[in-house]
Design a binder for this molecule. Structure first.
Ligand code: PEP
Ligand code: MG
Length: 593
């Protein structure tokens, strides 16, 4: 049994499919047969060619869109991908040691790392970062080129006998770009060694309703593709090669989970309201078109958070204004009631794209991310603001700014939006005149100075994922400090109470769009504190509707009042466990963390 962090609820029994990583800590992998060597070299050469073509296109586009200085990084990468010495080393390892191309790349990278480690100088560290980037680019093409595909199975389907068992991905780490391509694979569970409850892979697995466990240290070394495995995403347990009795017990639980889920989806046309009839808005967090479709299926009232960075993450180079406009327009058309809150670029931290600078900060989450990065790239930022304003013609659109820390930043952003409106008007380009602008409250400084911000913004959205990590000074993706990133804690509830109260006093519309908004125990408290707008992964909408249907306002207010008196997370947790049980024991299955 392995214990990790529960990041997406549900239970699944399935077979392991290991995702190998270029930078994985695993032993070198050999080819089964020396006869495979020529084909493996060919596969490697193809991956190099694809990487080289890709870099060529990036140099052109980044040069035009961002400037020559930014493109210079990729010129360096072009020289690395064409470096015959490096390529020859990998080919030699495949040939002489029968290694897979991926393992060959990994060994060459280790070689360079060992050589460069002897140099203190920043220059060598940067060269190593470049080599690592290029190797990872080639590696990602290799891992996408034909490797044995997981056995087909559909998510949510009742598992059949062993051969048809659903596929469970086991990986050291899943990168954002890989996570996006998961959308096309028939995956029923995910287990990773790294990451925490709000990492991108956690968010993506929740949006697809796939049980997942992160921070499961040592799991990669313990499993092989084809092993039977159980993922219990409610309390973060993974069972490897379990005995038949355990499998039978978990299969039963899995059936119950899916049955309950199906039953809940049938509440899509019921009103979203508390037991005493107070209406609430249940909105969806979406990253792509398939999330927008899920949002419609579960009966969400609109989209409370559209994370635009996934467009940038999956794009080879910088998407221009027209591409963005078209993408946003499609997203609005596909979303429930065409009501969409579009968040401007929130890259950096755990989500990086090579064309916006290299990743060598000591503290990326505290560094050059999100709105700070947009401010540094004014042309890029302007293009996004214009694209969102233009898309505003096609629905009820809000524009949301992430990571606002100071009033100066808010004023600057407001000025930029005003300028873009003026320019569009002058150019005669149609745009949505009634697009509202809002601030994400996810930095403690913004929460503390909330009154000043509320005077100069139309609405706010509380990003509890980041707010928690910054409040407790614990990286949300670091499994070692995951116990501190705890939503059910006195400090978090005190801050949320303060912000919600300020919004109530000023009549400012407020949403919570962090993962708390999809967690039944937190929702009981937030509703009791007066929150009426919740934005969550589409998969959680039916559950949260059922939770709110089962509680009265007076009850929830009492819970919130009581929680604010409690001193420790443990007290809050056990208090809320009892309350959730009281309100609806069925729904305990859907809570996690
Ligand atoms: C948050 O921080 O709570 C949030 C919703 O944004 P993200 O998870 O994309 O950082
Ligand atoms: Mg955030």
């Amino acid at each position: 049994m392995h214990k990790g962090i529960a990041v997406s609820p549900g239970v699944v029994v399935g077979v392991v499919h290991r995702v190998e990583s270029v930078f994985g800590s695993g032993e070198p992998v050999g080819l089964h047969d020396r006869a495979m060597i020529p084909a493996e070299i060919e596969r490697f050469d193809r991956a190099v060619k694809l990487s080289s073509d890709e870099l060529h296109a990036i140099v052109q586009k980044v040069g035009q869109e961002l400037g020559e200085a930014e493109a210079a990084i990729f010129r360096t990468h072009m020289t690395i991908v064409q470096d015959q010495g490096l390529l020859a080393k990998v080919r030699a390892l495949i040939e002489t040691q029968s290694l897979t191309a991926l393992s060959g790349l990994q060994m060459v990278l280790q070689d360079y790392a060992a050589t460069f480690a002897r140099h203190e100088h920043e220059f060598f560290r940067e060269r190593l970062a470049d080599i690592r980037d290029v190797i990872s680019r080639i590696g990602s093409h290799l891992s996408l080129s034909p490797v044995p595909a997981p056995a087909p199975a559909s998510i949510g389907e009742e598992p059949g006998p062993n051969g048809d068992d659903p596929v469970i991905l086991v990986a050291h780490e899943i990168l954002p770009s890989q996570a996006m391509s998961l959308g096309t694979l028939p995956i029923a569970g995910i287990v990773t060694e790294t990451g925490g409850g709000t990492s991108h892979v956690a968010i993506l697995s929740r949006s697809r309703g796939i049980p997942a466990v992160s921070g499961c240290v040592g799991i990669s070394a313990d499993v092989r593709s084809g092993d039977t495995i159980i993922v219990d995403g409610r309390d973060g347990v993974v069972l490897v090669r379990p005995d038949p009795e355990t499998i039978a017990a978990y299969r039963k639980m899995q059936r119950e989970f899916f049955n309950l889920k199906d039953r809940l989806v049938s509440n899509r046309d019921q009103p979203a309201a508390s037991a005493d009839g107070v209406p609430v808005e249940l909105l969806a967090n979406i990253n792509n078109l398939s999330d927008a479709h899920s949002a419609v299926q579960v009966g969400a009232a609109g989209v409370g958070l559209f994370r635009t960075e996934y467009l940038f993450l999956t794009h080879q180079d910088v998407p221009d204004e027209e591409e963005q406009y078209e993408h946003y327009r499609q997203m609005i058309a596909a979303s429930p009631t065409r009501a969409v809150t579009i968040r401007t670029l929130d890259l950096g931290g755990d989500k990086t794209v090579p064309y916006l600078g290299r990743r060598n900060e000591a503290n990326p989450f505290m560094g050059w991310r999100s709105i700070r990065l947009s401010f540094e790239h004014p042309r890029l930022f302007e293009r996004q603001i214009r694209a969102i304003l233009r898309a505003g013609k096609h629905g009820k659109v809000n524009m949301l700014f992430p990571m606002i820390t100071t009033l100066e930043e808010l004023r600057h952003v407001n000025k930029l939006v005003e300028e873009s409106r003026r320019n569009l008007r002058r150019e005669g380009v149609p745009f949505g005149e009634d697009v509202k602008t809002g601030v994400m409250v996810e930095v403690p400084a913004a929460a503390v100075c909330i009154d000043a911000l509320l005077r100069e913004t139309d609405f706010i959205s509380i990003g509890s994922n980041d707010l928690i990590q910054y409040l407790v000074a614990a990286d949300r993706d670091n499994a070692k400090v995951a116990h501190l990133c705890e939503p059910l804690s006195p400090a978090i509830f005190k801050v949320l109470h303060m912000v919600l109260d300020a919004c109530r006093r000023t009549g400012t519309p407020v949403t919570v769009c962090g993962e708390m908004a999809g967690q039944p125990r937190s929702v009981l408290v937030l509703f009791g504190m007066g929150l009426r707008r919740f934005s969550m992964s589409p998969a959680f909408v039916p559950t949260i509707k059922a939770v709110l249907n089962a509680v009265t306002t007076a009850q929830a207010e009492r819970f919130a009042h009581q929680v604010l008196q409690l001193k420790t997370s443990e007290e809050i947790r056990s208090y809320l466990n009892a309350r959730l049980h009281e309100v609806s024991s069925d729904l305990e299955m859907f809570d996690f963390t």
